[in-house]
Design a protein around this ligand. Structure first.
Ligand SMILES: Nc1ncnc2c1ncn2[C@@H]1O[C@H](COP(=O)(O)OP(=O)(O)OP(=O)(O)O)[C@@H](O)[C@H]1O
Length: 230
C-alpha cells in the first residue's frame, strides 16, 4: 500500500500542492482528475522521486525500495535518438537488472515496428512502446500519466482491458486522464484535485455524482460566461 500524507510542494513562491493525501491499495485503480495546472504531474513526480524537495510523506508499507517497485508512464515518453524500439525495451529492462524476455506475444497485441528508431515513431506508437516497457516488467505500482491520450480506438480498448487484468493480479495503479469515461470505466476510486488541493475522493458507486460535480464545478461558471459571449 502506498500512503501519501499531507504532501506539499512549491516551486519558488508558488505553492502547487497543498496537503494532498491519498492511498494506493493493491489491486485497485485510483484515478486522479483535475484541470490543467491542478498539480497532477507534480504529484506524480513527487511519487516517482523526480521531485524530492517536498513536505509531507510518501510511504510504501512494503518497504523502502519504492522506486524499484514502481513503473512510470510519463505524459510524453522520451526516447534517445538512434535507438530502435527493441533496443529501448532492452535498455529499460537491463537498467533495472531484469532479464530480457521475448517481446513477440506482447507485440502481436501492440503491433509496433520494434526494429525502427523509436524517436521516429508517431505519438501513439511512442505511448504504446513506453507502455510495453512497463507491461513486460512486474511492477507493484504503476503510475500512468494520461495513458489513453494519443492511442487509437483499438489500443484504447486494449489498454482498458490490460488495466483490469493488472488489477486482478494485485497491481496498484494511479492514473490521470482528461477522458472521464475512460477513467470511470476502469477506476475503483477517483480523487479530484482543484488548484493543488483534494476537493473530494469518490468511490465507484459515487461516480454519477462525480460527473455532475465536475460539470457544475469546472464548467458551470465558464458556461455562464460563454452564454454571455455567444
Ligand atoms: N518545474 C516547474 N517549475 C515551476 N512551476 C512548475 C513546474 N512544474 C509545474 N509547475 C507549475 O505547477 C502547477 C501544476 O502543474 P502540473 O504540471 O503539475 O499540472 P497538471 O495538473 O499536471 O496539468 P495538465 O493537466 O495541464 O498536465 C502549474 O501552475 C505549473 O505551472
Amino acid at each position: 500500500m502506498l500512503e501519501i500524507r499531507n504532501l506539499r510542494k512549491a516551486y519558488g513562491r508558488h505553492q502547487v500542492l497543498h496537503d494532498v493525501s491519498l492511498t494506493l491499495h493493491p489491486g485497485r485503480i485510483h484515478g486522479l482528475v483535475g484541470a490543467n495546472g491542478a498539480g497532477k504531474t507534480t504529484l506524480i513526480n513527487c511519487l516517482y522521486g523526480l521531485e524530492t524537495d517536498f513536505e509531507g510523506s510518501i510511504r510504501d508499507t512494503a518497504g523502502p525500495e519504492l522506486r524499484q517497485r514502481t513503473g512510470l508512464l510519463p505524459y510524453e515518453p522520451y526516447f534517445y535518438p538512434r535507438l530502435t524500439g527493441r533496443e529501448y525495451l532492452e535498455f529499460c529492462l537491463q537498467a533495472r537488472g531484469r532479464p530480457v524476455p521475448d517481446f513477440t506475444g506482447w507485440n502481436q497485441l501492440l503491433e509496433l515496428p520494434l526494429d525502427q528508431y523509436a524517436d521516429e515513431y508517431s505519438a501513439g506508437m511512442r505511448k504504446k512502446l513506453a507502455l510495453l516497457a512497463l507491461l513486460v516488467q512486474d511492477f507493484q505500482y504503476l503510475i500512468l500519466d494520461e495513458p489513453f491520450n494519443g492511442l487509437d480506438l483499438e489500443a484504447n480498448l486494449l489498454l482498458r482491458e490490460m488495466l483490469k487484468r493488472l488489477r486482478q493480479r494485485g497491481t496498484s495503479i494511479l492514473l490521470t486522464s482528461h477522458i472521464l469515461g475512460a477513467m470511470t470505466d476502469v477506476a475503483d476510486e477517483v480523487t479530484v484535485l482543484v488548484a493543488g488541493r483534494v476537493r473530494r475522493h469518490y468511490q465507484a458507486d459515487e461516480f454519477g455524482t462525480l460527473e455532475a460535480d465536475l460539470l457544475a464545478d469546472l464548467h458551470g461558471e465558464k458556461l455562464a460566461q460563454l452564454a454571455a459571449l455567444l
